[in-house]
Each structure stands twice: as C-alpha cells, then as structure tokens.
Design a protein around this ligand. Structure first.
Ligand SMILES: [Zn+2]
Length: 181
C-alpha cells in the first residue's frame, strides 16, 4: 500500500476577491496606527487566500519589523495557525530567542485564549489590538488573562487602533461567506 507524497495531496486553494484596498500609511510616522495598518494589510491578504481576515505584525525596540503574518488555518490545515502564533514563531526565529522582550504584537482582532496565552508565554512587552472580541477575546473582551494575579510577566495591552476598519473587514467577510454559502 503506497500513499501519495503529502506535497501532492494539497491542491492550490482558489484566490478570492477582496473588496477592500490595502492602506499605504506614511513611513514618516511609525506609530501604533502605522503598524496596525500593516496588520490590516495582512488581514486583506488572508481574505485573498480565503481565510478569516486577521493579520498581525511584531516589532522590536524602535519599531524594527520582525514578523508579518495572517490567519492560515484553512491553508495550513492547522487549528493553531492563527496570525498571532505564526507571527510569534517568525519573530522568535528572527531574534533566535523565544523571549520576545521589548517586542510589540499588533493584531487586527483581540487574541483568542490560545493566542493570549502565547503572548504571555513569549513574554511580549505589549499587545495592541484593533477590535475586541466579547466571545473569545482573552485580553479584556471575554476574559482578562494578562491580569492573572500570580503572573510574573505582565503584557501591556492597548486597544481600539483602527478599530472600525478592522471590524468592518471581518464583518464584511462573514457576510459574504454567508451570502455565497
Ligand atoms: Zn488565536
């Protein structure tokens, strides 16, 4: 009994049209809105790959970009392939260190339980997310994992950067999915 090699077993996934344009922020002001715009652009890439449009960026110190990733659960057939996890893996590889001290994660939606836990395990200094998730978000939405009283490491959390834009993108994606289902 022989099995086909795994690489041949994965057909290419069709690209999807995304009705939203990428943002082209000015390089002159590398603030939270700038990096969130790059995370938003990753989310648009996710949509084009027929993935739930969530994107993430990780920066180091003065704003050096270490990682850019988007949700890839369907493409990779991996329930852990959330934008945040993929970005954390990339950033750790860049620094050659699992400790992401002095790093900030920008993500278009509040991290789920798995990703919130990963931000703590990675010792990220800061997480900035666009829109909250009252169902699954664990950095203030449904639960507040980062304020557990016995944690040695505290992740600083900032919310609401590009909130409306990132929420619109998600809502439009799910509306289109429902309409074409
Ligand atoms: Zn997640």
């Amino acid at each position: 009994m022989t099995h086909p090699p795994a690489s041949d077993a994965t057909p290419p996934r069709p690209r999807r049209e995304c009705p939203f344009e990428k943002i082209h922020p000015s390089e002159l002001t590398r603030d939270d809105a700038f990096f969130m715009a790059l995370a938003y652009n990753q989310a648009i890439e996710a949509w084009r790959n027929d993935e739930v449009p969530i994107g993430a960026i990780i920066t180091h110190n003065n704003g050096t970009i270490l990682a850019a990733a988007h949700n890839g659960v369907d493409t990779l057939r991996d329930p852990t392939a959330h934008a945040e996890i993929l970005a954390i893996t990339q950033a750790s590889a860049q620094l050659n260190d699992w400790r992401l001290n002095n790093c900030t994660l920008y993500v278009t939606k509040e991290p789920c339980p798995m990703c919130s836990g990963a931000t703590i395990m990675a010792r990220l200094s800061r997480v900035v997310y666009a829109c909250g998730d009252p169902k699954m978000g664990c950095l203030g939405g449904a639960a507040t994992m980062h304020t557990l009283p016995r944690l040695n490491h505290r992740v600083q959390v900032t919310t609401g950067i590009l909130e409306a834009q990132c929420r619109n993108l998600l809502q439009a994606y799910f509306a289109e999915k429902r309409a074409t289902a």
